[in-house]
Write a protein that binds this ligand. Structure first.
Ligand SMILES: [Zn+2]
Length: 269
């Protein structure tokens, strides 16, 4: 596949980077990334990945747009209220970059469909706001050996980690144990969130995907980055793979079909 004249011009500012170049751009154009949740994290991730020229973006969400989403979910505008998030997102992303094929899944991700939905992805980005979904994505991606990044946001802070199962890096379950029940006191609707936090964290998730696909830089593996926008701080917490982890440990088993991931009806953030 050769880059067209339009593509060379469109991506010129990143092709000029030695870390990207024409070869890197072609890699991006032949990659498929899945974004789970088209809320605040998913909005910022999806916009930047589409703009960067990822060849296929699978977007998964079941929700409709509410007015209280608009201060942070930047893919959705006032006239989109009550529309499906996937419909609104597809329109904006298609308009931004026709190079990027948007594959829509207008459904909730569950233990029944997660493997089928994620199996052809080169990288997965988790953008929900509930622990059961994060745990399901972790277990599915670890089982399928697909690299992924998980972020969470609340108030003025957020955290993010990346998992590369092939390299046996620490997974989400290694760090957060076998909890599959969400803590209702930690939802954005109750505790609040400033829109810029998922904006920043969504960009960081997109950046992780890009670095992985291009094989450049350092990934947020075996560590959690904790971002506090009130203090302007980016702190790192070192984490380790747990040999006894049920998802990735030495005696790991396939958890997806046998685990009850409670609370999967929570909102996507
Ligand atoms: Zn693990």
């Amino acid at each position: 596949m050769d880059l067209t004249k339009d593509q060379i011009e469109r991506y010129s500012r990143q092709i000029v980077l030695k870390e990207v170049g024409g070869i890197g751009q072609k890699k991006l154009l032949s990659s498929k990334i899945t974004v789970i949740g088209l809320g605040a994290l998913g909005s910022s991730t999806a916009i930047y990945l589409t703009a960067a020229g990822v060849g296929a973006l699978q977007i998964i969400d079941f929700d409709t747009i509410e007015i209280s989403n608009l201060h942070r979910q930047i893919l959705h505008f006032t006239e989109d209220i009550n529309r499906k998030k996937t419909t609104s997102a597809t329109e904006k992303l298609n308009s931004l970059n026709p190079d990027c094929k948007i594959e829509v899944v207008n459904d909730r991700i569950t233990p029944k469909n997660s493997k089928k939905l994620l199996k052809n992805s080169d990288f997965v980005i988790e953008g929900s706001d509930n622990i059961p979904t994060k745990m399901l994505i972790n277990d599915t991606c670890v089982s399928l050996r697909i690299p992924f990044t998980i972020a969470g946001v609340l108030r003025f802070h957020g955290q993010i980690m990346t998992v590369v199962p092939e390299n046996k890096t620490s997974c989400y379950r290694c760090v957060f144990g076998d909890s599959t029940e969400g803590d209702s006191s930690m939802s954005c609707s109750q505790a609040g969130v400033i829109g810029f936090v998922p904006g920043v964290l969504g960009c960081l998730e997109a950046n992780e995907a890009l670095k992985y696909l291009l094989g450049i830089g350092e990934l947020l593996t075996n560590k959690i980055m904790y971002v506090d926008l009130l203090r302007n701080s980016f702190d790192f917490i070192e984490v380790h793979r747990n040999d006894n982890c049920m998802a990735c440990g030495d005696n790991a088993r396939d958890l997806v079909e046998s685990t009850n991931y409670g609370g999967l009806d929570a909102c996507n953030e």
